[in-house]
Design a protein around this ligand. Sequence first.
Ligand code: URA
Length: 208
Amino acid sequence: MKIVEVRHPLIQHKLGLMRHAAISTREFRALASEVAALLTYEATKDLETVAEEITGWAGPLQVHRIKGKKITIVPILRAGLGMLPGVLDMIPAAKVSVVGVQRDEDTLQPKTYYEKLSGRMDQRIALIVDPMLATAGTLVATVDMLKAAGCTRIKGLFLVAAPEGLARIEAAHPDIEIYTASIDERLNENGYILPGLGDAGDKIFGTK
Ligand code: URA
């Protein structure tokens, strides 16, 4: 499985700011979106382009535009919404497929409660966005859902990933690609990533 830890200085700097315990909702939200935009840049590096002739200000010239499969962004409710603006900043014409797969805090098992996918999923590249790849239960369920809808090219963008979750998604879906700003140390006994960011959903929405 392709796993890319994107160690760009801008990403490391922004993620470092996000790890401060006393960060404000406003700042965390802005940074989540900014890091998402930078991860999108990295995750779309291999998109194919096609040449086209246009009329530029100084006459005819050849430019390149993105070819082939169209993108659908797949934010996983609720925290994935915090990354959506940054991804849309980079790909404004993308369709958005909202998925609600929530981790049951007692069993740590995923429960699907919402699914509204774009049309023609077989012709799209899916960019799953969720701040935390922890146990990967949610991610495995989301990839199962996307594949059942015909999607064959799937990438996941995460602010922070745990080694345990990466191992689980690799075992279940070795054909997908993962882009993350950091592979952290481990999960704690409650399924939270250490050192991690805490509860990303609460920090993005200002709850708790
Ligand atoms: N979800 C979060 O918001 N944080 C974690 O550390 C793990 C799952």
